[in-house]
Design a protein around this ligand. Structure first.
Ligand code: DC
Length: 244
């Protein structure tokens, strides 16, 4: 499969070469928290969901049935996905085309969750992600970063929140980008369906790594969740007290 990936963003002197893995379901606040952690600790922020979304867009454009694993695998063999860290969101290039603005709609969101169940697609993505993060200095967010992509990550946070709260946050985000054409209940329903698929797929289902710190943001503002995540990272990176 095409292994082209890119990681731009020059490494500043003194940048720490740690890997922070942020996993969790949709709408738990992963993207915002990962972005803020990256800024705070001087790391690159890599959104792996954007890579599954890019591939899903390609499959949709090709008109492939999203349950045809062999056809998807063949398509992946001729696909190059590049992820470039940015201050706000990652820039995503699909076969050289900047598709950053085309992958957040409901059709691609749903398709990304569907294509990500296939082991061959996951193995390909995991390889790309491991290469992107190999030299460290990254916050990588997704569903399987702490369990599969970087099981030895320095810090693992599993971010969660009640489905109603996650759905409402997603609805509010849609509202900020223009009047949402859907009801909050619909957003919550779609989110539950995606949760169900992400948590129950046979290959690397969404679940916390045994050594992940769980952060439930149901009762928190996003700002509080960011601070809690920062505290988790700081506590993990603090040199342990010498034993006397
Ligand atoms: O994080 P996101 O909502 O952009 O992810 C879109 C879909 O991609 C998600 O429903 C499941 C899949 N995904 C995955 O299986 N593994 C990852 N590491 C990231 C995303």
């Amino acid at each position: 499969m095409s292994g082209e990936e890119s990681r731009t963003g020059s490494r500043e002197p003194g940048r720490r070469l740690i890997i922070i893995a942020i996993d969790g379901p949709a709408g738990a606040g992963k993207s915002t928290i990962a972005r803020r952690l990256a800024r705070h600790f001087g790391l690159l922020n890599l959104e792996t969901g954007a890579m599954y979304r890019a591939f899903a867009l390609k499959a949709l454009r090709a008109g492939l049935p999203l349950d045809d694993s062999l056809a998807l695998e063949r398509l992946a063999a001729e696909t190059a996905i590049r992820l470039e860290p940015g201050d706000e969101e990652n820039r995503v290039l699909l076969d050289g085309e900047d598709i950053t603005g085309l992958i957040r709609n409901q059709t691609v969101t749903d398709a990304a969750s569907r294509v990500s169940v296939f082991p061959a697609i996951r193995a390909w993505m995991v390889r790309l992600q491991q290469r992107l993060g190999a030299s460290g200095g990254v916050v990588m967010e997704g569903r399987d970063i702490g369990t599969v992509v970087f099981p030895k990550a320095d810090v693992k946070i599993f971010l969660d929140a009640a489905p109603e709260v996650r759905g409402q946050r997603r609805f509010d985000q849609l509202g900020q980008k223009g009047a949402p054409a859907v009801q909050p209940e619909e957003v919550i329903r779609d989110l539950r369906a995606r949760d169900e698929r992400d948590r129950n797929r046979a290959d690397s289902p969404l679940r916390p790594a045994a050594d992940a710190v769980l952060l439930d943001s149901t009762e928190m503002t996003l700002e509080e969740a960011v601070r809690a995540a920062q505290a988790i990272v700081e506590a993990k990176l603090k040199p342990s007290e010498p034993v006397s």
